[in-house]
Design a protein. Sequence first.
Length: 181
Amino acid sequence: MGNSKRIIAISGSIRKGSSNTNVLKTLAAFIPENIDYNIYNGIQELPHFNPDIDRIQAPTAVEDFRKTLAEAHALIICTPEYAKGVPGVLKNALEWLVSSAELYKKPVAVITASPSITGGDKAHESLLLTLGMLDVTIVQNGSVLISSVGTKFNKDATVTDEQTKQGLISLIHGILQELHD
Ligand SMILES: Cc1cc2nc3c(=O)[nH]c(=O)nc-3n(C[C@H](O)[C@H](O)[C@H](O)COP(=O)(O)O)c2cc1C
């Protein structure tokens, strides 16, 4: 484990039974076994971002989050769209990283999954803007919008739609390419 590459995944949904978390679980099937792949479940523990608190002493949950990302070699985010934007819990988590810069130039892939045929594009675009502000490296094929997510995955974290499967495999290849460079 010591020298192995680490990929951290974050779901923008903290809901039990989340379709986005299910997509992240699906990805494990496409990641080689010698790579450490974990879904970080702590973003709901983060307090609301406040630069005043950060200046004095970052809360423990924030330190844990920053350490996890500092030790990761790549990040994959999969998020729903809420009210035509990025879920507050995910945006809040990213705000904690702006000044500490754990994601600076780090390889990142972004998936937005929506149950509707047309949904998700606003959150996707907005998330990419925020990640641009954090100066991450979006990997090749690392931006995937999944519509009608409920029809493309089984509840046991398998992808049933071939086109979606190929998109996810390409996304993982994009990440792996950055890890080997
Ligand atoms: C308050 C609320 C707002 C939502 N807004 C949107 C939206 O703007 N666009 C969209 O595609 N889906 C929207 N949805 C539907 C979510 O995408 C859907 O509930 C999804 O399953 C949440 O992701 P999860 O399964 O990973 O928890 C909204 C759902 C809720 C409860």
